[in-house]
Design a protein around this ligand. Structure first.
Ligand code: DX5
Ligand code: ZN
Length: 242
C-alpha cells in the first residue's frame, strides 16, 4: 500500500479539501469503496460512532485499521464517542492523519489535543449542532482542525442547516486575525447546492457522504464539489494584498 501523504501546500494553504465520508459507502465492500475515491479525495472521512455519544453504531479500531491499510489518502477520523480520552490515541497509533473528538464528550480538550499531537497526528475539535463555538476560540492554537457539524451528529443524509455557518464565520475571523493555522471543516448535508455557502463562510475542508457515495460517479462528484468550493472560497486578508 502506498499512502499519499499530504504535502505542505495541501496543509498550509486554504485550498479546499474534499473528504468523502465512508458512512454512505457499501460496508460490505469497504476496500473497493475506498478505492473508488482514492485518486480524487483529499482525505477519507471515517465516522466512528459508539451508540452512546450518538444513537448510531458504526465501527471501531479493527475496521478503521483495515481501512487505513488500503487507503492511499490520509484518514480523517471523526470520533462520535464518549470518553475520547480513553480511545482517541488508538486511532493515532493505527495511522490516522487527523483525529477529531467532540468537545461535548471531553472535559480536557487541550490535554487530549496535546496528546494527539505528541502521538504524531493532527488534532481536531468537533462541535455538534447545539454547542456554541465561543468557549473554544481561545484554544484554537492547540488544534489543527475544527469540525463544525452542519447537522446533528449521528446519521448521514440529513438536511444542511445554514444557520450553523455562523460558527464557521467566527472561526474564520479568529483564524484570519491571528496566527492560527487551522482547517475549518464542515460535516453534514454538504452537496452541490450547499458547498458554496460553506466555502464563502470560511470552511476549507468539506465532508460529503451522500453527495459522493450516492452519486453514480463518486470521483466526478468529488471533482465537482471541489470546483464549486474553489470558486466560492474568498481570499484571505494576506492573499488579497499580495
Ligand atoms: C454524521 C457524520 C457525517 C456523515 C455526513 O454524523 O458525521 O460525516 O457521513 O453525511 P452526509 O454528507 O450524507 O450529510
Ligand atoms: Zn463525520
Amino acid at each position: 500500500m502506498v499512502r499519499r501523504m499530504p504535502t505542505l501546500s495541501n496543509v498550509r494553504s486554504n485550498r479546499p479539501l474534499i473528504a468523502p465520508s465512508l458512512l454512505s459507502a457499501d460496508f460490505a465492500r469497504l476496500a473497493s469503496e475506498v478505492e473508488r475515491v482514492g485518486d480524487d479525495a483529499d482525505w477519507l472521512h471515517v465516522d466512528v460512532m459508539d451508540n452512546h455519544f450518538v444513537p448510531n453504531l458504526t465501527m471501531g479500531p479493527p475496521i478503521v485499521k483495515a481501512i487505513a491499510d488500503v487507503s492511499r489518502v490520509p484518514l480523517d477520523c471523526h470520533l462520535m464517542i464518549e470518553d475520547p480520552k480513553r480511545w482517541a490515541l488508538g486511532y493515532a497509533e493505527l495511522g490516522a492523519y487527523n483525529v477529531s473528538f467532540h468537545a461535548e464528550a471531553c472535559d480536557d480538550p487541550v490535554g487530549l489535543a496535546r496528546d494527539l499531537r505528541a502521538a504524531g497526528t493532527k488534532a481536531g475539535l468537533a462541535i455538534d449542532r447545539d454547542t456554541p463555538i465561543e468557549p473554544y476560540l481561545g484554544m484554537l492554537g492547540e488544534f489543527d482542525t475544527v469540525l463544525i457539524m452542519t447537522i446533528k451528529a449521528g446519521f448521514g443524509g440529513q438536511a444542511f442547516i445554514p444557520e450553523l455557518l455562523d460558527k464557521v464565520r467566527l472561526l474564520r475571523n479568529a483564524r484570519d486575525s491571528g496566527h492560527v493555522e487551522l482547517r475549518i471543516e464542515v460535516d453534514g448535508g454538504i452537496a452541490v447546492d450547499t458547498i458554496a455557502a460553506a466555502a464563502e463562510a470560511g470552511a476549507d475542508a468539506f465532508v460529503a457522504g451522500t453527495a459522493v457515495y450516492g452519486a453514480d460517479d463518486p470521483a466526478e462528484a468529488i471533482r465537482r464539489l471541489r470546483a464549486l468550493a474553489e470558486a466560492a472560497t474568498p481570499l484571505r486578508p494576506h492573499e488579497a494584498t499580495e
